[in-house]
Design a protein around this ligand. Structure first.
Ligand code: HEC
Ligand code: HEC
Length: 420
């Protein structure tokens, strides 16, 4: 407590000396958290994260062999049109499965920022606009996207059923592989040449290719389910404090970080959306992030839910393993005009290692993010759910200090973090 007060006073004095404005001195914090605050802080701890729920659409989601196969596919650049791109090109293990770029670059330039994959398997929706309702179905999209892997479905199906190291493993997991056309490229999506090839196939051939393709997604998803966050200094703190204790806990957090936590819970209202052990409500919100130059204002989740409903690889589709009645997220998803321009709340775990930020990489640093929330600009297309905060500059620095306590090495064993 004494150290905390000294730091607080020193910070205050420095600011007063530096700026000559008394308003810069933050009000001293009370000595203890209220019972409600203690409960809230504990609810954010990683120790409160429940076991990963099964994905009803993916019968292989928790199969170890499927995860090992998925790991090989995840790092395999043969899964691309030019032989240079894998999932790991953009979701890099050394950058918490992001790429450090504002906008992703694969076979071409993308229009969205690459999100982290850590802890993502808990999310019911994928992509910034939630246009995919499962991680296995999501994995299929970048493979055919012209600016990402840019390879066709038939070539991928041939690779995994006919080439090494996949052939035997594929059949051991998913059963006998179908006989596929020996030649040609074919896919209903992506480049014109892919689509032309697809139009020449009959229904049974298309179904057989789709089934292998879906299994590729299921294996890659099984791999991604291994990518789990590790305990941070914040978690140690949250687990140590109890009702009536002073705020210092076990000394895991310093005075600025504690003040930042207070702001996160109270004045900043961050916890309204960034809540639970992964610091996300897995929902979609408008936060007034500026539209990227040269782009139309994004429709966000408003379009995302429509695309998810029409996706042949969704939870209700022919390639899903979900029994009747298990696709409740898709069937009962919120669908209102409020969702125009809304994006998925990202996790804040490891956030200090995943710059830049937001769906278009619009904000370069955590300082920029806090400045954005402080001003709460109104977005071009719709409202901003976050309201201006009137944070003093010292408070903005404290919030950043707190966000930096949320990073730690993954809980995932090292063998999953490199090409097999
Ligand atoms: C060219 C870079 C690039 C490649 C290659 C790539 N991704 Fe992504 N990934 C992105 C971007 C950008 C987004 C966000 C796109 C959006 O929301 O519209 C994304 C989104 C995702 C998401 C959803 C994240 C979330 O928060 O909901 C998952 C899961 C994912 N990718 C996994 C994969 C897998 C698996 C592969 C390989 C099959 C892959 N990605 C290949 C750039 C890439
Ligand atoms: C109304 C819900 C809501 C509130 C309140 C909110 N956020 Fe967010 N946050 C989001 C959404 C949604 C995004 C993604 C927005 C986008 O990309 O368009 C986001 C993005 C972020 C990011 C970028 C993460 C990344 O990986 O790109 C950070 C950091 C962040 N928020 C921190 C905060 C802090 C700190 C506060 C409190 C001052 C806060 N948020 C309040 C919903 C919210």
């Amino acid at each position: 407590m004494k150290r905390f007060l000294t730091v607080l006073l020193a910070t205050g004095c420095l600011l007063v000396a530096g700026h000559g404005i008394w308003q810069q001195v933050p009000a001293p914090l009370p000595d203890t958290w209220s019972p409600v605050e203690v409960a809230l802080i504990k609810s954010l701890s990683l120790s409160q994260l429940p076991p990963l729920p099964a994905d009803p659409g993916n019968a292989f989601g928790d199969d170890e062999e499927a995860a090992a196969l998925g790991q090989q596919l995840y790092f395999d650049t043969r899964l691309s049109g030019n032989g240079n791109i894998s999932c790991a090109s953009c979701h890099r293990p050394d950058l918490m499965f992001t790429d450090g770029l504002p906008l992703a670059v694969g076979s071409g330039s993308g229009t969205r920022h690459t999100p982290s994959l850590v802890g993502l398997s808990y999310s019911p929706w994928f992509y910034w606009d939630g246009r995919k309702d499962s991680q296995w179905s999501q994995a299929l999209a970048p493979i055919e996207a012209p600016h990402e892997h840019n390879i066709d479905r038939l070539s991928v199906a041939r690779l995994v059923t006919e080439e090494q190291p996949y052939k035997e493993t594929y059949e051991a997991i998913f059963g006998p592989a179908p006989v596929l056309p020996k030649e040609g490229i074919a896919s209903p999506l992506g480049r014109e040449a892919f689509i032309a090839g697809w139009n020449k196939l009959d229904k049974d051939q298309r179904t057989a290719i789709n089934r292998v393709f879906a299994n590729v997604g299921k294996a890659i998803a099984a791999y991604q389910r291994k990518l789990q966050p590790g305990p941070t200094r914040f978690d140690n703190y949250a687990d140590a404090i109890g009702e009536g204790d002073d705020r210092t806990g076990n000394g895991q957090l310093d005075a600025a970080e504690l003040a930042g936590l207070d702001l996160f819970l109270n004045k900043g209202q961050c916890v309204n959306c960034h809540n639970g052990p992964l610091f996300t409500n897995n929902d979609f919100h408008n936060t007034g992030v500026m539209v990227l130059a040269g782009q139309l204002p994004p429709m966000g989740r408003y379009d995302g839910i429509r695309i998810a409903r029409q996706d042949p690889f969704n939870c209700l589709g022919d390639y899903s393993d979900a029994p009747n009645g298990e696709c409740t997220e898709l069937e009962f998803a919120r669908d209102t005009n409020e969702l125009v321009g809304a994006h998925k709340t990202p996790t804040l775990r490891n956030v200090s290692w995943t710059a830049p930020y937001m769906h278009g990489g619009q904000l370069g640093s955590l300082e920029d993010v806090i400045r954005h929330y402080n001003e709460a600009p109104v977005s071009m297309l719709s409202h901003n759910e976050a309201k201006p905060l009137s944070l003093r500059s010292v408070e903005q620095r404290q919030l950043v200090a707190f966000l930096k306590t949320l990073s730690a090495p993954l809980a995932t064993p090292g063998k999953w973090l490199t090409p097999p």
